[in-house]
Design a protein around this ligand. Structure first.
Ligand SMILES: NC(=O)c1ccc[n+]([C@@H]2O[C@H](COP(=O)([O-])OP(=O)(O)OC[C@H]3O[C@@H](n4cnc5c(N)ncnc54)[C@H](O)[C@@H]3O)[C@@H](O)[C@H]2O)c1
Length: 325
């Protein structure tokens, strides 16, 4: 079967495409390879995908509808996994227009493509735990109110869910939205804490610890995530009269204290971190914790990888990638 994976040069897109290719599927990958973080890492990920003959890559921007439609025209694509987005909370303060172009216009163009495609069966798209904003009831459940986002990034992700709902309702498009919770692991993102901390600790620089360390995150290991994205794609929601769409939390099922995460990282690196304790950043939230009972029940998702296992695997990859072993 042929899959479209948007954001294929990105962290989760790369791993998802790789799982599909290893299963012998055809993957059409799209990405604009923007420079939000080092494009070299994106090119390196693509090189690892290009060893599979079923991988077909097109560098296009999803907000350019004509270029997008032109790229996908030669293919019949029943399953679409839409992971391309402008990620990051802090960046949205200074670069709001990028979020509108990639996350709103890009998502809209994907929906329009699905609506007009004869081959279409199912769209799986990335949402985020950030839609829960500053909610204080934990763990976060899909049925909780999500109408008070605290960053433009979160607002665009919630808008995507709402646009998707409308398209499911009006055009009966089967869709699954996945609210990812702090995904980490090999080939991860250089703008996220795990990478930033590793980089700083190895260089002997202090690490920036926001909210004076009083933060909790539901860390989710990439090898638990990517196969679940693929499993979700294979199971479109049924059209039982209401809009055939659903939204799931995809989290590690344990909200870890940031200071505990740092301790595990120090252990894996064999070095102590120097802490630069700072106040909370605008747009950030102190706690994320996922109620994963829905995705456990419907898709059999059971996160297996605790940070004590996942962090050393990330460190091992990080060192090998940077030639530090
Ligand atoms: N990693 C996490 O912890 C996390 C948490 C919550 C939600 N998400 C969501 O999951 C998805 C994947 O995240 P990721 O961590 O792999 O991020 P990533 O930044 O590594 O990957 C996103 C990819 O999309 C591409 N892209 C961005 N705008 C584009 C556009 N307009 N057209 C084409 N390509 C474009 C980027 O070049 C990048 O390679 C995103 O939608 C993100 O918002 C991730």
């Amino acid at each position: 079967m042929t899959y479209l994976v948007t954001g294929a040069a990105g962290f989760i897109g790369f791993h998802t495409a790789r799982v599909l290719l290893q299963q012998g599927e055809e993957v059409v990958g799209l990405d604009n390879i923007n420079d939000y973080y080092a494009p070299k890492l994106k090119h390196d990920r693509l090189r690892a995908l290009e060893v599979h003959k079923g991988f077909h890559f097109h560098q296009i921007d999803l907000s350019d509808r004509a270029a997008f439609l032109d790229a996908v025209k030669p293919y019949k694509i029943p399953r679409i996994i839409h992971l391309a987005a402008q990620a990051g909370v802090r960046y949205s303060i200074d670069h709001p227009e990028t979020y509108i172009a990639s996350n709103l216009v890009g998502h809209f163009n994907v929906l329009e493509y699905c609506r007009h495609s004869d081959a279409f069966e199912h769209l799986v798209y990335a949402s985020s735990s950030s839609v829960y904003g500053g909610n204080t009831k934990v763990p976060f459940a899909e049925s909780d109110r999500v109408d008070a986002p605290v960053s433009l990034y979160a607002a665009t992700k919630r808008c995507d869910e709402l646009m998707s709902h409308t398209y499911s309702h009006l055009y009966r498009l089967p869709q699954t939205g996945l609210r990812f919770f702090t995904v980490y692991g090999p080939w991860g993102r250089p703008d996220m804490a795990m990478w930033l901390f590793t980089d700083a600790i190895l260089a002997g620089r202090p690490i920036k610890v926001f909210n004076h360390g009083d933060m909790q995150r539901d860390f989710t290991y990439i090898d638990d995530v990517a196969p679940t994205v693929v499993a979700a794609a294979a199971k479109p929601p049924r059209d039982d009269g209401s809009a055939p769409q659903r939204i799931y939390n995809l989290g590690g099922n344990r909200s870890e204290r940031l200071m505990e995460m740092i301790a595990v990282l120090e252990n894996a690196l064999g070095r102590k971190a120097e802490l630069d304790l700072l106040p909370m950043q605008p747009g950030d939230v102190p706690v994320t914790a996922a109620d994963i009972s829905s995705i456990e029940k419907d898709l059999g998702f059971h996160p297996k990888t605790r940070i004590e296992v996942g962090i050393p695997r990330f460190v091992e990859w990080y060192k090998a990638y940077h030639g530090l072993t």
